[in-house]
Write a protein that binds this ligand. Sequence first.
Ligand SMILES: NC(=O)c1ccc[n+]([C@@H]2O[C@H](COP(=O)([O-])OP(=O)(O)OC[C@H]3O[C@@H](n4cnc5c(N)ncnc54)[C@H](OP(=O)(O)O)[C@@H]3O)[C@@H](O)[C@H]2O)c1
Length: 243
Amino acid sequence: MPTVLILGASSDIAIAMARKFAANKHNIQLAARKPMDLKPLQSDIAIRYQVSCEVYGFDALAFSTHPSFFESLNPKPDISICVFGVMEDEDAAFENFEITHRMIDTNFTGAVSILNQIAQYYSGQKKGIIVGISSVAGERGRQSKLIYGSTKAAFSAYLAGLRNKLFKDGVHVLSVKPGFVNTRMTENLKLPKPLTAEPAEVANAVYAAVQKKKNTIYVKWMWRWIMLAIKNIPEFQFKKMNL
Ligand SMILES: NC(=O)c1ccc[n+]([C@@H]2O[C@H](COP(=O)([O-])OP(=O)(O)OC[C@H]3O[C@@H](n4cnc5c(N)ncnc54)[C@H](OP(=O)(O)O)[C@@H]3O)[C@@H](O)[C@H]2O)c1
């Protein structure tokens, strides 16, 4: 049975993915900052889906612990999914570099730190699948997502580069740009219903994309066209818009 590692396993999207992969006969490794909080989920998954489910402590910001964290995984995962991320208030982040720094270090530096470890291992064994949850917010810089959007732009570029670097070794990298998702991260935002996915829809889309070895997916199809339109607005107009 293949094993799936989920980094940032307490997130709503991660929980939905753990259930989806477990329901399809994958053993699960849940990695999160507060592993004890995941104990009820761990037993529920193990009993409900009759798979092995292990819990590991993992902090994206504790870069120096990433090599020993990966070393401790037994067995090594066949599929690694990087889900963790933070989206802080943009005005607060603009005024306070500590907040900006935390967003950059979680969404980009932390992701690169752990995925470089995993990529080297997969490259050596000539197989493996890496999934990164990035965002449409990274597709074009704009004021309302100034810092969060830049961290996701950097992460998307990293995932694309990793896909290119690892192709020759038979390692696949999937970039996920979910659009709006109804989670803890967005609970205080008014999201347009037709453009907002549920975590289970993200999980279903990721599972299907892994099976089909897709390169990049948007969860709701409209997002591909919305972002294409946004990317094509000429800069002389775009800079005057309040987006
Ligand atoms: N919701 C959306 O509309 C949306 C859209 C596009 C992309 N995304 C992306 O989807 C991913 C999951 O987000 P979500 O919507 O499911 O929100 P969420 O429920 O708030 O999940 C965020 C997760 O990141 C974890 N995390 C934060 N800092 C961490 C650190 N230093 N080390 C380890 N884990 C850390 C959190 O863990 P704790 O429980 O310990 O805080 C939590 O599990 C994120 O990368 C987000 O950027 C979300």
